[in-house]
Design a protein around this ligand. Structure first.
Ligand code: URA
Length: 237
């Protein structure tokens, strides 16, 4: 594939702008400056640099963002800035969007992609991708609350109970909740339904992906092909 096509496909602007980056000697492949727009490379897993920033070719983008507080997941935010501002322009231009939403005051692991099928695959409860939340609670957590969350609570918009896939107290005022659905304000509403209140919320895992090795709050990284395959693997019930 031609390098100008590769740059164009990855969101680096119009074809003319991509040619401009090459002419301005701002693109490197294997540490070599590339200036010829017609230079051909195998795009599979291609590593390259644009203006000093390392990139990996991805046919469709999947990135992991460590969301800080004070950002909305909406593309058209009302009160707080959009999480999209934490990503470089090339990714925004590709049309990546959040895989489900985290509230403004929720921190943690947020995936973003420009692959619509993948968004469906990762958010549909049918596919059973677990999301793990670390919850700070206003009132002490007791066994009755844990059992209620595991056996199902009724939320105000649906008579069918929603249950946690996993729930354990992690301290007197904290618990770890694993969910496979992504209903609006689900954790906060589930906590309220058992007579407690969510004071802080952090998503620590999405499928097998965690934040254990970073990135730091406000930073992002690409999800590798192996990690993506792991997310797509069938999770046994
Ligand atoms: N549940 C909530 O209540 N808020 C979030 O941000 C995520 C899950």
């Amino acid at each position: 594939m031609r390098i100008d096509e590769i740059l164009f496909s990855q969101g680096f602007g119009s074809r003319r702008e991509c040619a401009g980056l090459l002419v301005a000697r701002l693109v490197r492949v294997a540490c070599q400056v590339v200036t010829d727009p017609a230079a051909e490379f195998d795009p599979t897993d291609l590593q390259f640099e644009v203006e000093g920033q390392p990139w990996t070719y991805q046919a469709t983008s999947l990135v992991l963002l460590h969301k800080p507080t004070g950002y909305e997941c909406s593309q058209k935010p009302t009160t707080w800035p959009s999480v999209m501002l934490l990503l470089p322009a090339a990714l925004r231009r590709r049309g990546v969007q959040p895989v489900g939403r985290l509230d403004q005051d929720t921190t943690g692991l947020l995936l973003l992609t420009d692959d619509g099928k993948l968004i469906h695959r990762l958010t549909s409860p049918k596919h059973h991708v677990p999301k793990v939340y670390e919850v700070g609670c206003e009132r002490p957590v007791d066994e009755a609350q844990v059992q209620q969350l595991l056996h199902g609570v009724v939320l105000d918009d649906d008579p069918k109970p929603v249950l946690a896939e996993g729930c354990e107290a992690t301290g007197e005022h904290s618990l770890r909740l694993t969910l496979v659905q992504g209903k609006y304000h689900q954790v906060k509403r589930m906590l309220a339904a058992v007579g407690n209140h969510c004071n802080s919320l952090h998503r620590s895992a999405f499928g097998a992906l965690t934040l254990a090795d970073g990135p730091a709050p406000g930073q992002w990284r690409f999800v590798t092909d192996a990690e993506r395959a792991g997310l797509m693997a069938k999770t046994p019930r």
